[in-house]
Structure formats: structure tokens, C-alpha cells
Design a protein around this ligand. Structure first.
Ligand code: FUB
Length: 464
């Protein structure tokens, strides 16, 4: 089983119950592997979308939307359905903690009850207070129809957040984004077909002056989800845009937070599997820039149940953003002693290697790598072996007619660390080998099938 991450204290008992079915052994593993959830998608026990990532102190905080599935009595079937927001944090981009619900639709005074449309939020810190911005349809009798944007304020990035009683005056739309410039001036951006921007007062809850339509962006096609940041004096206005049929991430640059901006390029192309929306944020953390975005990993047939991802983002020396290719491997270093989910691969052989859900009826159970040919392989990059003092390696595998795998590092012809024989059987089993070659430091890992029959790999890990 791709072991589900335990991401919050309250999750532990519920998750434990489910896992008991899979045997006590598995429960023990899940506790030791509790927070190891590197790779994409980042959050593996619920749908998450529209990630606003922020660096506060020495951690990254993630404020996504929270997709749930609509039912007859909840939201609108076949459409987005969201009733609350969680916040997550990580100090290494690998282990994510779910701090739980911070805002719920029916506890915000101005929100239309049961509207299930808590769309893309953002959060920013100013003078030790944390301001969480979120859109939702408002109570129409009082505020008119459509989306408004509200603010909730906390003393910590994880809350508790206290919602303001009224939405922000003169703002109608979705996808709020806040930027504070070097001179302390704050700006609010949002979308409603076009992208709009305005100064915010120092209280962070009222506009200060006129609303500007950033109309110099591509004129045709929906634009939404603005995210503005500054780097080396260049203001980057980044946004999803429907240039063709579905959204891709683009950016425009300018020398002022409110523009004018000039279209500069594509940050990420349309989703290869057709997820209609994308929504993102860009942050620098420990000297590396990252793009947070979403895809529909756990819901291939319904693109309104999305999952947050992250990949590294690079600039050329003149400040151009290099197009980011979405990966499953994602970011961060994976320790050799954790359950390394090979299905979040860096590369697969062209022939005889594929990724499948372990249980298509229980997709949060994760994926498996299926090797069906001799010499088929899967590569997983940036595994940390530390000083390399391991006594054994073990894998969770299944091979109906038996088989064997080589574990190599560096390349498919690199040094062999272990050869693992898998006895035949229709069930998943733990297979261990103590005949090990030593590896140390950061390594790219390869599993190479030595048999023509099917081998399914869940995970591999090294043990002291
Ligand atoms: O998540 C609902 C909406 O979909 C967001 O507000 C948009 O940016 C798009 O991602």
C-alpha cells in the first residue's frame, strides 16, 4: 500500500482504524513514516486546490482551497464544492502538517449560507498579524449577487482566524492575492474575468484609492488567479489564462506593482490530462524558487477535485522565468530510511513500466509502479543515504509469478546496491535483503526488473 500520510493529530485514530484492516504491521509502518509525504501531490488524504504558499519564519505555509465532492444535499453536482479552508505547513517541503480547518462558510457573517464556494484564498503577514483573504458568494439580500472577498485575522499563521463582519468594500470577484512592497505599501489583486488591482490601507481590510483594471494583459480568454511578486526590481504579475481551451500559467512584468505590465511568457503549459483550471503561487524558500500549482491527480475523470503540487522554478540571468514542467517527483530530499514511493518517479523506462492506482475505488490509497518486462525500470531522484550505515533494504512488492529486482544508483548501469528476490504470490508482501552495498549522500535510485513477468512495487526503504 502506498501508506497514507498521517498529517494531523486527529487523523491518526481514523487512519489507524482503516489501516488495521491491512494488518498490524502496516499500522506500525504508518506511524514511523507518519510525515514522509514528499513528491506530488503534496497532500495525500484530501483534495486541495489553488495553493497560496507563503514563507513565514522558517517554514512554508500552504493555504489551499479544499475541494470536496458535491452531493444531492451539498453544493451543485458536477461543479466545484468547497465549504472550508485548512492550513498546512512544512519546514522542508517534504513533511507536511495539516493544522486543520481555519475558516468555515457558515461561520462567516457575510457569506451566503451553504453556498459551498470558498474559492482560492491567500494569506499575508504584516506587523505580526496574519491576514487571510478569501472569496465567497455573499448574502445577496444585503450585498447583491456574486462573489465578494473577505478577510480573517490571526496572531499566528495557523490561526485562530477571526473573520471581519463585512466583505471588503468596492471589491467584487474571486481569487484575492496580496502583495506588500518594499516601501510597506500593500496591494490587493483579484479577478472577475479580468485582473484588477488596488492599494490597501495599512489596516489591510480597506481599499485605498481607485481600482485599476490590468487591461494590458492578453485581451482574449479568461484570466484569473493573480499572484504578484517582486524580484530584483521586476514586478511579476502571474496568472492562469485560457489562451486555447483550458488554463495555462502565464506572466507579465512591469516596474510598478500596478503596472503597466507586458506579457512575458508561459510559466506552465496546459495540463496534459486536461485539468481545466490551474492556480498557483511562487515563493522563494531557502534560496530556491518554487511553483505551487494544482492538478487532478486523485480524480482523473473529474477535474473539480484537485490536488496541490510543487516543482522547482528557475530564472534566467535576465529575469525570464523558465517554463516549469510538471513532475510527480516534485521537490525536496527523500531520506533512504523512509518509505520511498517509487511511483512518484523521476523517469520511467519507455517500455514495460507504468503507474496505476493500487485500488481504483480508494484512490487516496495511492499508486504502484508496475514493471512488466525484463529491464523495465523506474528512477527516483535525490534520495539521502546520509553516511550510509544501513543493515538491510526492504520493499513492499507483489509478483504473482515471482521475480527479482536490481537496486542501482546513478544510472541504469550504475553500481548495484542490492538484488531482491520476490517469491510468487497474489498479495502484497514485505521482502527484505541484508546483502547490501553501501551508498552515501544524495543519490538517484533505480529499480530494474530482472524478469519478464509482472512485478508491482509500492515502496522501498533502508533500515539500520
Ligand atoms: O477553485 C475554484 C476556482 O477555480 C478558483 O478560484 C480559480 O482560480 C480556479 O482555480
Amino acid at each position: 500500500m502506498a501508506i497514507r500520510p498521517i498529517t494531523s493529530v486527529s487523523d491518526i485514530s481514523a487512519r489507524g482504524q482503516k489501516q488495521r484492516k491491512a494488518g498490524l504491521l502496516l499500522v506500525l509502518f504508518s506511524f514511523t513514516a507518519a510525515l514522509s509525504v514528499a513528491q506530488n501531490p503534496l497532500i495525500r488524504d484530501q483534495y486541495t486546490a489553488d495553493p497560496s504558499a507563503r514563507v513565514f519564519g522558517d517554514s512554508v505555509y500552504l493555504y489551499p482551497s479544499h475541494d470536496i465532492l458535491a452531493t444531492k444535499d451539498r453544493g451543485r453536482m458536477g461543479w466545484f464544492c468547497m465549504e472550508d479552508y485548512h492550513v498546512f505547513s512544512s519546514a522542508n517541503l517534504t513533511d507536511w502538517i495539516d493544522h486543520g480547518v481555519i475558516i468555515t462558510q457558515n461561520k462567516v457573517p457575510w457569506v451566503k449560507p451553504d453556498s459551498y464556494s470558498m474559492w482560492a484564498p491567500d494569506c499575508i503577514e504584516r506587523n505580526g498579524k496574519f491576514y487571510f483573504y478569501f472569496p465567497s458568494p455573499a448574502d445577496s439580500a444585503q450585498y447583491g449577487r456574486g462573489f465578494r472577498i473577505g478577510v480573517a485575522i490571526a496572531d499566528k499563521p495557523t490561526g485562530p482566524f477571526i473573520p471581519q463582519p463585512e466583505p471588503i468594500k468596492d471589491v467584487r470577484g474571486i481569487d484575492p492575492n496580496v502583495f506588500i512592497d518594499k516601501d510597506g505599501q500593500a496591494y490587493l489583486y483579484w479577478s472577475a474575468g479580468n485582473i484588477y488591482g488596488a492599494k490597501l490601507k495599512a489596516n489591510m481590510v480597506e481599499l485605498d484609492g481607485e481600482v485599476k483594471t490590468l487591461g494590458e494583459l492578453p485581451i482574449k480568454g479568461l484570466k484569473e488567479g493573480p499572484f504578484l511578486f517582486e524580484r530584483n526590481g521586476i514586478y511579476y504579475l502571474t496568472y492562469p489564462h485560457v489562451e486555447n481551451k483550458i488554463e495555462r500559467l502565464e506572466y507579465a512584468t512591469g516596474s510598478n506593482p500596478l503596472g503597466p505590465f507586458k506579457f512575458a511568457g508561459v510559466i506552465m503549459n496546459e495540463s496534459p490530462t486536461g485539468c481545466w483550471t490551474n492556480h498557483h503561487s511562487i515563493v522563494q524558500f531557502q534560496k530556491q524558487w518554487y511553483l505551487f500549482y494544482h492538478h487532478n491527480d486523485y480524480s482523473p475523470a473529474f477535474d473539480k477535485a484537485r490536488s496541490v503540487r510543487a516543482d522547482s522554478l528557475f530564472f534566467t540571468p535576465d529575469g525570464t522565468i523558465q517554463t516549469v514542467k510538471p513532475t510527480l517527483r516534485g521537490v525536496g530530499v527523500t531520506k533512504a530510511s523512509t518509505t520511498i514511493q517509487m511511483d512518484r518517479y523521476s523517469r520511467l523506462s519507455d517500455d514495460g513500466a507504468s503507474i496505476e492506482f493500487i485500488d481504483s475505488l480508494d484512490r487516496f490509497g495511492g499508486w504502484q509502479t508496475v514493471l512488466t518486462k525484463k529491464q523495465a525500470w523506474v528512477q527516483y531522484n535525490t534520495v539521502d543515504f546520509g553516511k550510509g550505515a544501513y543493515a538491510s533494504v526492504e520493499m513492499n512488492v507483489k509478483a504473482p509469478t515471482g521475480g527479482s529486482l536490481q537496486v542501482r544508483i546513478g544510472s541504469i548501469n550504475g553500481p548495484i546496491l542490492a538484488e531482491i528476490n520476490i517469491p510468487p504470490g497474489a498479495e502484497w508482501k514485505l521482502v527484505k535483503s541484508s546483502k547490501l552495498k553501501r551508498a552515501s549522500g544524495l543519490q538517484n535510485l533505480f529499480l530494474i526488473s530482472q524478469t519478464a513477468e509482472t512485478i508491482a512495487v509500492d515502496w522501498i526503504r533502508w533500515q539500520k
